[in-house]
Design a binder for this molecule. Structure first.
Ligand code: UDP
Ligand code: GLC
Length: 385
């Protein structure tokens, strides 16, 4: 099947990593069209997935913008819509992976008579989107999409609660290749030594630095843990959250935990880094739509503690495959970190269970087959009309 994937981002967020895995089986006859240049393009090129940066002009609709700003920016999209419509004529299906890709994809679908699939990676709630932007997304999806893939039941529920047509939706979790999460124990041992953290109990946080990812909650918890507990924060501010980065550094100084916290920036060697940790913490303050890092921790067979909200509660069985804590409750998080440190055998059994379960439930081959069947159905239905 010839697919034109569209994504607004040049950067490597979870939605983009997910798309990279989904596009691989189509690499001989697909194109990924991006609305910004950056490391995402580089990754697609490395993976030999055809990619084209369709514009480098910023699309100025912000997640929290109002109706006037949204409408104003629509007119500036016309050249992009024309360009993408021409490209779409060589493809059978348009696959929009982000909100702005949905906006462009909807018009392109209308003009090129190609069916539109929308992969929704966000919980459409007031935590991240203005009323206007939510309304635009739901209206366009209802009117133009033949299928809305949601990355969790939580994402699906928010779409429907916002007026989205439930019959369009299908939950498809992110898929992973379990073998990629196997690495030699010596690699992780080396990492611990390089970090100078041998002998410490290491809590890892793997997320872009952003207020809602809640790195500050982990720092608060760390200050309530014994001094043998350290943290590594892996990830960078991808979308200009420099104030938050400053805030985190200031918090580290104020809490007097400088010796116990390392900021490692964006890394591509996630697997050995995760394996070097004794516990992985997921601390989002707003409901996480899916949470790739949670599944990655499970696949690395590391104990996981995560926030009981959003899609995460679909990933973890409390006390069996991981620990759950209430959003922003740093005291509860500190207690769980201490429990995990004091009960290594229990933690290892939970991590083992999680690894087995995650390898089955979030297997990339199965997910890709599921998506292929759904897309075939879209094309078939289109051919009947
Ligand atoms: N990640 C990465 N390098 C980093 C930090 C994060 O490759 O330094 C990856 C991480 O392994 C995960 C993705 O970025 O696959 C983040 O996806 P997630 O769904 O957890 O959150 P998002 O940022 O998409 O909201
Ligand atoms: C988005 C969500 C994240 C999810 C990812 C992949 O970036 O914020 O929770 O894991 O998409 O679906």
């Amino acid at each position: 099947m010839k697919i034109l994937f569209l994504d607004q981002s040049g950067k490597l967020g979870g939605a983009e990593l997910c798309l990279t895995d989904l596009a691989k089986p189509y690499r001989n006859h697909c194109l990924v069209g991006l609305f910004a240049d950056g490391t995402f393009r580089e990754l697609l090129e490395q993976q030999q997935i055809p990619v084209q940066v369709l514009t480098t002009e910023p699309i100025l609709v912000k997640k929290d913008s109002g109706i006037l700003q949204s409408l104003g920016s629509m007119s500036s999209l016309v050249p992009l819509i024309i360009k993408v419509t021409q490209i779409a004529r060589d493809y059978e299906l348009i696959y929009a992976n982000t909100q702005k890709a949905l906006v462009i994809g909807a018009f392109v679908s209308l003009f090129s008579h190609r069916p539109l699939v929308y992969h929704l990676h966000d919980i459409l709630s007031s935590d991240h989107f203005s009323v206007t932007n939510r309304r635009i997304a739901v209206t366009l999806a209802n009117r133009f999409a033949s299928l809305v893939l949601t990355n969790s039941q939580a994402t699906q529920a928010a779409f429907i609660a916002g007026g989205g047509r439930s019959e369009l939706t299908q939950v498809v979790y992110n898929g992973f290749e379990p073998k990629q999460y196997k690495t030699r124990a010596t690699d992780s041992h080396q990492i611990r030594q390089q970090l100078g953290l041998d002998g410490q109990f290491i809590v890892g946080h793997f997320s872009r630095l952003s207020p809602w990812k809640g790195q500050h909650i982990l720092l608060e918890a760390l200050a309530q843990c014994p001094p043998e507990v350290s943290a590594i924060l892996v990830g960078d501010a991808l979308f200009g959250e420099q104030k938050y980065v400053q805030h985190l550094h200031q918090q580290v100084t104020e809490l007097k935990i400088k010796e116990r916290v390392q900021f490692l920036g964006f890394r591509s060697d996630i697997v050995p880094l995760m394996k070097a940790c004794d516990l992985i913490a997921h601390t989002s303050t707003a409901p996480e739509p899916f949470g790739r890092v949670v599944v990655e921790a499970m696949l690395c067979e590391r104990p996981i503690v995560a926030v009981a909200a959003g899609g995460v509660i679909e990933l973890i069985e409390a006390e069996k495959t991981g620990w759950l804590f209430s959003p922003s409750d740093s005291q509860q998080l500190a207690q769980i970190i201490t429990t995990c440190r004091n009960q290594p055998e229990r933690a290892a059994i939970m991590a083992q269970q999680a690894q087995i379960q995650a390898s089955q439930r979030f297997n990339l081959n199965t997910v890709n087959q599921q998506i292929a069947q759904l897309l075939d159905r879209v094309i078939f239905t289109q051919s009947l009309n």
